[in-house]
Design a protein around this ligand. Structure first.
Ligand code: BEZ
Length: 312
């Protein structure tokens, strides 16, 4: 009789443990997120509030569902209706004709022979954009020496552009720059046709305003670098100048430029294409310094870099 009592008590405890384990496993699954077998939607990971510990069931909101839409299925060919696939590095910049504050332009053909920074900004009469335009305009001389033209775009009309640029000149001072005249073309793109062509409208950020995109286009019309910033973040203009200097140096000297490179810093000599060249390079007495066969640098004086890339 005593034995039967012990067995019954044991069975009851065992079923409690099983139930508890099952409960925790189910909770972990929901917390870590699972893809639904039927509709393919993610049942997202739930965040556990700070301080929730051990076996407590956290007091958390219901499961977050992230709908998998056609445009989010992970295939870059899935582009939302009305949008083109955005240009990529190494591809020719898509052509368009546009009305700008400097008259009509045919892009990029009209700029053949020059480097171009083609950039978008969210809207006229906004403070971050205003600070950027004053900075772009104040660097025109430096970009000109680098044979680089500027072309801006926003989803605003021509008269708004004109009024905003006049206001900037008449009223706004930024970091010691005042009476700044913006003389580079600013494209009107109310239809968003050009912005969509260049992936400048990123609907998760804004469906009506362009993000801060930067396309660096070379004298042959090829996209060489792309940088994107969100609406709230003004661009770093030292970096834009550095990108142009680095691309031009790479082209002129057949080298690559390492992290944080500036003219005068050592450049990277591209890795050898065969075992024979790797051995030769390690043994040769040249101006190249190798830390290992794949990591070789050489010096190019700042003067040599600048005299090569800057317009005389
Ligand atoms: C701005 O340029 O100040 C700005 C534009 C859109 C959203 C946030 C800021």
């Amino acid at each position: 009789m005593k034995q039967i009592k012990y067995i019954t008590a044991g069975l009851i405890m065992f079923s409690f443990v099983l139930a508890a384990c099952g409960h925790h496993r189910d909770d972990d699954d929901r917390r870590d997120g699972k893809r639904d077998q039927h509709d393919g939607n993610w049942r997202g990971r739930r965040d556990i509030p700070a301080g929730s510990v051990g076996t407590q069931t956290p007091a958390i909101p219901s499961v977050v569902e992230v709908k998998v839409t056609e445009s989010h299925k992970g295939d870059p060919a899935n582009v939302p209706a009305g949008y083109s696939p955005m240009p990529r590095i190494g591809e020719m910049a898509p052509s368009f004709k546009a009305v700008t504050t400097q008259g009509e332009i045919q892009f990029p053909e009209q700029f053949a022979g020059s480097w171009v920074i083609f950039f978008s900004h969210p809207a006229d009469f906004t403070p971050v954009c205003t600070s950027e335009f004053i900075t772009f305009a104040s660097l025109m001389g430096e970009f000109d020496k680098l044979n680089t033209k500027l072309v801006g775009l926003s989803v605003d009309g021509l008269y708004s552009h004109i009024a905003w640029l006049r206001t900037i000149k008449e009223k706004i001072e930024y970091r010691g720059h005042k009476n700044v005249e913006v003389t580079f073309p600013l494209i009107e793109d109310i239809s968003m046709e050009v912005a969509k062509k260049y992936g400048m409208i990123q609907p998760g950020e804004s469906k009506t305003k362009a993000v801060r995109a930067v396309f660096v286009i070379d004298p042959k019309g090829m996209v060489r670098a792309i940088i994107y910033y969100p609406l709230s973040l003004g661009r770093n203009f030292d970096e834009l100048v550095r990108v142009i200097q680095a691309l031009q140096t790479a082209d002129a000297f057949s080298v690559a430029t390492p992290a944080d490179w500036r003219p005068g810093d050592d450049v990277i000599v591209p890795p050898p294409g065969s075992c024979g060249t790797a051995k030769e390079r390690m043994e040769a007495q040249t101006d190249i310094t190798c830390k290992d066969w794949f990591f070789c640098t050489k010096k190019i004086d700042k003067e040599k870099v600048l005299s090569t890339i800057l317009k005389k």
